[in-house]
Design a protein around this ligand. Structure first.
Ligand code: GSH
Length: 210
């Protein structure tokens, strides 16, 4: 039988925005954990050992002290945030946080994440179809940024007056927009909000060691 972990373990890829969300919340809440680097580009997420933890073959994966596994970055944020200021107190605000977490997964992360991957990691020039797909991802990414900018123009954070896991989740890929080939200059409310989130205690950058 496999030995159970003595501390929470985060199976993590340094460059991953989805992993960064979790690293950010672990740091802000000062939750003791071990960071286990996964060699994504070496194929580790396709190994039997990794697929036994997450059959979907994706990071982040959180392994709890008793060996139980949790996957999906936003579900992990929810689990870690309960009882903290990052999870609102009333049901309507909680539902609104969920609303933005769903938006992040459907409209922001897939578009900005894929465009970023194409522009930063592909080793050869894009062919015609790939260029068309990139342009489509970027157009959809701009549409998502437009929605976010409109929402943040009237409020300091996504939900209520404080930073919640909606902000942590949406910060990850929004702050990487430049790497997806998207200029944030047309979105002043986003720019101010990014600075506001960055200025908070316990903030960590994407490349910071955990
Ligand atoms: N919906 C998932 C997406 C996770 C995801 O796409 N992870 C990427 C890294 S950012 C990954 O592990 N990709 C490996 C693969 O697809 O083989 C989440 O939010 O955790």
């Amino acid at each position: 039988m496999e030995a159970t972990a003595m501390t929470i373990r985060l199976f993590d890829v340094a460059l991953s925005g989805n992993c960064y969300k979790v690293r950010m919340l672990l740091a802000r809440l000062e939750i003791a954990h071990e960071r286990v680097p996964v060699n994504l580009f070496g194929g580790e997420t396709r190994t039997a050992a990794f697929l036994a933890k997450n059959p979907h073959g994706k990071v982040p994966v959180l392994e709890l002290e008793d060996g139980q596994i949790l996957t999906e970055s936003n579900a992990i944020l929810f689990f870690l945030a309960r009882g903290s200021a990052y999870w609102p107190a009333n049901d309507l605000d909680r539902a609104r946080v969920m609303q933005w977490l769903c938006f992040e997964q459907y409209s922001l992360m897939p578009n900005l994440g894929s465009a970023r991957l194409e522009l930063t990691l592909r080793k050869r020039p894009l062919d015609e179809l790939e260029r068309a797909l990139l342009a489509q991802r970027q157009a959809r990414g701009r549409a998502a940024l437009e929605v976010i900018d409109g929402h943040l123009a009237a409020r300091p954070f996504f939900v209520g007056d404080g930073c919640s896991i909606a902000d942590i989740s949406l910060y990850a890929y929004t702050h990487l927009a430049g790497e997806a080939g998207l200029d944030l200059a047309p979105y002043p409310a986003i720019t101010t909000w990014l600075e506001r989130v960055r200025a908070q205690p316990g903030h960590v950058t994407l490349d910071a060691a955990a």
